[in-house]
Write a protein that binds this ligand. Sequence first.
Ligand SMILES: NC(=O)CC[C@H](N)C(=O)O
Length: 384
Amino acid sequence: MTTSTRGTAHGTRGIPAVLVLEDGRSFRGRSYGAVGEAFGEAVFSTGMTGYQETLTDPSYHRQVVVMTAPHIGNTGVNDEDPESQRIWVAGYVVRDPARIPSNWRSVRSLDDELVAQGVVGISGVDTRALTRHLRERGAMRVGIFSGEALADEGMMLAKVRQAPEMQGADLSTQVATKESYVVPAIGTKKFTVAAIDLGIKGMTPHRMAERGIEVHVLPATATVEDVYAVNPDGVFFSNGPGDPATADHPVSVMRGVLERKTPLFGICFGNQILGRALGFGTYKLKYGHRGINQPVQDRTTGKVEVTAHNHGFAVDAPLDTVSDTPFGRAEVSHVCLNDNVVEGLHLLDQPAFSVQYHPEAAAGPHDAAYLFDRFVSLMEGQRA
Ligand SMILES: NC(=O)CC[C@H](N)C(=O)O
């Protein structure tokens, strides 16, 4: 057994592995999950629970996720918690993986699941030092290398620097459904919603279905005609990976929806798309918000909610003034209390709003569930 001194490997199962950051800093550890090489944008998530939801969230496509919680894999893997059909993270970095998972729902270990899905990971890394580095220097490209992929540092660094950057990446169509499908309402059907899938998490249509909404999930390439072909009471724009500055097609579809004044709700990427549709810019945050305990204030009620986040970009809108947009007056409705980043937008002259965080709460606290009720109220208001 290796010792667990700070900064050295203390996983006992894997073979030697190295993590190399684009600025040249490296960390040694043991392979966790698949052996080989993986590249992506290094980001950290502070969630203490919910690793299955994180791994399967399509918004993490092309990102190597560093978990700040030191013990990962304790509750194994079950078949109920995934947010999509597969693991999307490009690579996985943990400190101290569970050797024996223990939970009544667990059907296999996380290590085995990562191997089965070919996801390269590394354990035994001082994730606290790595997170502090990313916090100071900002998110950057990273590579994980093990087995035959291990090479001298200069060669590994060169490969990391060849990997694509997140800024400018157009990724939604790589993760979204190719065919539309319907998530039926639970109980009596009250509304029909067209949901544009830009990387949707499974819990999102479920939260709508729970409220009597029949959800027609449409591919990211859906047109305004496709949206109105389902005769929707409301239109939803999902979360998703990549740089919102590249999302020209969803922005133009959203403008078509805003022109018709159909009730509209967006989450995360959907919030950035509303920002762009209204004429605001988006920008890359230094290291983003990822975790399940971020404080957000709903400025329409003054209430503070603890919320789930996963975003690396944000909308650039004025916090304290009402903006005139092509679709009437707009306002920042929600703000992150840690750093004053825009966390929500709403229109004052028509039924449209969005949030930058995750009210579907998978994983995370349910404080923001009222936003789905707000969407239902907008659809009720339109009918009245
Ligand atoms: N979860 C999301 O929808 C993320 C949106 C966008 N890709 C970002 O990183 O900000």
